[in-house]
Design a protein around this ligand. Structure first.
Ligand SMILES: [Zn+2]
Length: 635
């Protein structure tokens, strides 16, 4: 815990006005930082390789009490995730004199100062601590800059009306990528054009010493770039065939939506095991973070090949079209997240769909992929008590949820995975009702289609979505969403499987996607057999309620030391699993938990068990139609 100390100067005077607490956040204040007199932000990133940056701001002010705030509710993160603990060594001065500052006692994102008479600007400087467990933004070779983490702005102003003039000083020899307009580089300093705060926060910047800038698409002045930064130079040796598939991203997205709402777009990709897996959407860029070998190991693309397409699709669905109450006029006003079942749920479907249509994953693999999604949701115990709408409403907290039994609690991931099943159901219903004339693509043309625009936002309500769907295919969409989203549902949407010509089966053959994921994560997924997920060292990470392992008393955190007397390994367990098919005696697991050893008798004789889809004979394969490339000539 870091304790900040108040400078002694001016403390007596300050105590009077500092006793005023921040009111409810609003966006009604007149901003002092305007286009003609912007807040100057200079970010010195030369110490980024050791996890530090220095942010220096010159903020236009007027004499008297003044409050500046650190962005709290971060678009795309859907929660109050502004990393307050990243602020250190905060200094405020005016006319060369230190000013005392005071944090608000209720709203810890707000800082109060008393601006002396005759002062029109204050200087605010702080050291940005870039790395924390689970939130690594800098390595010795690259960094990811989210501007909301390195600035303060005048309290209660509208983020589209308060202007910034941002600059960055890079480590020597580093390149950068960003959608920020008007870059002027001189040596290792880059100055950008004046932009409103909402555009600045919406325009992350990646930089690094090992990089590749690839133009994926261009038409007139509009273009899409893939800006890749890697911890290791060899991770930039990307196969040409993969680049060719990524070059189909804009053509397939334009076929899907039939217009764009960006001028130029940068997919910013950081390849770093230290940084980890993440994706954050923006109007004209995406902040994509993936493991070192994301672009060089085929299984990475099989398992997570929708990372860039998901974030790209958000430019239309999420940024251009956004739930009315998720959009807010500044970053202190809480976002309401209940409509994430559209924003994220539909986008999960569309990001996957684009990856299959582009060929990153092959269209004929989609049934196998779908089987994995469906089985995970259908066997989740938490769904018996918690409707999907509660996972979206509580998203700001569920995104941060850690700990055992995520399948009992339900997770933020559910409205993505189940959202895909939901919107595939919508797609198949439209296709069936219109005899293949229309599809979800038709809806998307109405929802986020022509005309082309720059990065603007149009909000929607649930009723807007249902009305628009009704224009495409008349149906009781309100009742449909009520059943699958707003009420407890024993099963996820299911009828889309048969409607698409497929049925769910379980066989001993591993599911290709589960197998690839297990390989990357060093896991052994026995969720559909014993009912457990196991790490390489035998540690059980989760147990399915009601499963054979659950009945035997298995718990997360137990480490399997031996199975039927033999030391645990994945191969040993697989052997025992098959042997038990021909036996009626229980399998004996020796487990260790908190220093205690015990044996558990697991009664399971069903053998290896993995989900797949099988074709229903004499039906049309709608999934093949949905996942087929749509951009002309396969381009
Ligand atoms: Zn998303």
């Amino acid at each position: 815990m870091k304790i900040l100390r108040l400078p002694l100067l001016g403390l007596g005077l300050a105590a009077l006005c500092f006793s005023v607490l921040a009111a409810e956040p609003n966006a009604n204040a007149v901003p002092y930082a305007t286009r003609d007199n912007p807040e100057i932000l200079v970010l010195d990133a030369r110490d980024a390789p050791r996890g530090l940056m220095t942010a220096s701001m010159t903020i236009p002010v007027k004499p008297g009490p003044f409050t500046f705030v650190y962005p709290k509710w971060i678009p795309g993160e859907h929660g109050p995730t502004g990393p307050l603990n990243d602020i250190s060594q905060l200094k405020v001065s005016a006319n060369g004199q230190a000013l005392s500052w005071h944090r608000d006692q209720v709203d810890m994102y707000a800082f109060h100062v008393d601006v002396p008479a005759g002062t029109s600007k204050i200087n605010v400087q702080f050291t940005v601590l870039m790395n924390a467990p689970g939130d690594v933004m800098a390595t010795p070779n690259l960094f990811i800059l989210n501007w909301n983490r390195v600035l303060f702005y005048q309290n209660d102003t509208n983020s589209s009306e308060v202007y910034f003039k941002p600059s960055i000083i890079l480590p020597k020899g580093w390149s950068y990528g960003t959608a920020l307009p008007g870059p002027q580089q001189s040596g290792n300093r880059v100055d950008f054009a004046e932009v409103p705060l909402n555009m600045l926060v919406d325009s992350p910047l990646d930089a690094g010493i090992y990089y590749k800038h690839i133009e994926l698409w261009r038409q007139g002045d509009a273009y899409q770039m893939l800006d890749i930064f890697a911890d290791k130079p060899q991770d930039l040796d990307i196969p040409n065939s993969l680049i060719a598939e990524y070059k189909r991203m804009t053509p397939e997205a334009l076929a899907l939506y039939s217009a764009r709402h960006w001028n130029d777009y940068h997919s910013l990709l950081a390849l770093s095991n230290a940084v980890g897996f993440q994706g954050i959407e923006h109007h004209q860029s995406s902040d994509d973070r993936a493991p070192d070998n994301f672009m060089t190991k085929p299984d990475q693309q099989l398992v997570s090949g929708d990372l860039l397409t998901h974030e790209f699709s958000h430019s239309w669905n999420g940024k251009y079209r956004r739930p009315f109450d998720l959009w807010q006029p500044n970053f202190q006003i809480p976002e309401h997240t209940e409509l994430l079942w559209v924003y994220e749920g539909m986008n999960q479907y569309l990001g996957d769909l684009l990856s299959f249509r582009m060929g990153i994953r092959k269209p004929d693999q989609y049934p196998e992929y779908l089987a994995m999604l469906y089985a995970a949701m259908a066997t989740e115990p938490g769904r018996k008590t918690e409707p999907l709408i509660d996972t979206t409403t509580a998203a700001p907290y569920l995104y941060e949820a850690r700990g055992a039994y995520p399948e009992i609690r339900r997770t933020a991931g559910d409205f993505y995975t189940e959202g895909e099943l939901l919107w595939l159901d919508v797609d198949t219903i439209i296709r069936e009702k219109t005899h293949g004339e229309k599809s979800l693509d038709t809806f998307l043309h109405l929802y986020a289609g022509p005309p082309n625009t720059g990065p603007i936002t149009k909000t929607y309500t649930r009723a807007d979505i249902e009305k628009l769907l009704n224009e495409v295919a008349p149906y009781d969409w309100h009742a449909f969403f009520q059943k699958h989203v707003y009420e407890v549902a024993d099963l996820p949407p299911t009828t889309e499987l048969a409607r698409a010509g497929w049925k769910l089966v379980y066989t001993a053959e591993p599911n290709a996607f589960i197998k690839a994921g297990d390989g990357l994560d060093n896991m052994n997924n026995q969720w559909y057999s014993y009912g457990i997920k196991i790490r390489k060292d035998g540690t059980v990470t989760s147990v399915r309620e009601g499963s054979p392992a659950w009945q035997a008393g298995m718990a997360p955190g137990m480490q399997i030391k031996a199975v039927d007397g033999q030391s645990y390994s994945k191969d040993t367990l697989n052997f025992v699993l098959k042997q038990a098919e021909h036996s009626t005696t229980p399998t004996i697991f020796l487990v260790k938990q908190d220093g205690w050893y015990k044996t558990l008798d697991v009664n399971y004789h069903g053998g290896p068990r993995y989900p797949h889809l099988a074709r229903i004979p004499d039906t049309t394969d709608m999934l093949a139609k949905i996942m087929a490339p749509q951009a002309g000539n396969g381009m």
